[in-house]
Structures are given as C-alpha cells and as structure tokens.
Design a protein. Sequence first.
Length: 195
Amino acid sequence: MNIKNDRRIRKSKESLKQSLINLMKEKSVNNITVKELVSDADLNRSTFYNYYCDIPDMLEKLETELYNEFVHILELHVIKDNKTHDIDKEAHEFIEDMCDVIEENVEFCKCIFSQNGDISFLFKLEELVENHIKDQLRQDFDGKIDHLAYVYSFVKSGYIGILKSWMKGGCVESSQEIGNLTYNLVKGVLYSCKL
C-alpha cells in the first residue's frame, strides 16, 4: 500500500510540475495562480496544498531538487586529499555530467532560465560553476596566468552561455559533443592566457 501511495504522490507531483512548465512557457511564474495550475494538471487544490504552500514554494522546491543534482555532480568531480589529477579530464567529465542533468530536465531548465523563470536560480548555478572553476584553476594555473579573476568570470559565463544555447536549440547535440566543445573552448582560453 505504501508503494501505491508513493507512486500516486510521484504522479501528482509530476503532473503539477508539468503544468507549471506549460504555464511558464506562456507567462511569468509570478503571474501563475494555484487555480490555473491545478486546472491544467487536472487535480484539485487540496492535492497541491499537500505538497506546497504556494507557487513560489513549489518553484523553490523544484529548483532545490535540480540544484542538488548539480551539487552532487560537483562533489563527484572535486579533487580530494590533494591527489594528482587531470584537470582536462575532470573539466570534460564535469561539463558532460552537467549536460546530462540538463537534458533529463530540459523543459524545466528552459523555463527557469527563460524570461518567465527565476533569475536567482541562474545566479546560484553561476556561483556553483564559478566556485568549481576557481578551485580547478587555482590548483593548476595560480601564478601562471595574469588576471585570474577575469579568466574565472570569462570561463563561467562561457559555460553557462553554452548550456543556455544548447537548451534553446533543443539539446540536439549529445552531452559528449557539448562537453568536447566547451572543453576545447575553455582549454584554448586557458592555454592562450599562459603564453
């Protein structure tokens, strides 16, 4: 019986999420009402209120789930215990894994990165990527590249820009292709800065 309830909860939440995505394609999240959301999901209001306080609470919880997936990826690629590592391999795998998560959540990602979405989520993601980049670059290039802070900023914006363009284009290329492209662009920037 628990399994049946869990399945029903997942199905209801997924239906609410899909309805939020549908509505965010048309209007700002701030202009979406619970009434129209549950109507689109073909659920009643009490079902919505079983899980969320209001639309902003729902969006925040969905964003937190997605953000935690990105944090998990970052944790997988953080160098621990000063072990020797290959920054090229780490960077490439990090980008591919980020793309995989986006591809699995592409419709939601498109919405939250759009003008109808939540700009604060994009800032949080940028900060996460920037911190990862700083850690990686500091280990391998500190003292070898002038104006490292500008390089961080440039690389971060490049990562996020490529991901946004990839989503806007419908994620036609594979995660591996985007990983290769991003990696080669970043590598070119880093090695030209070392010259």
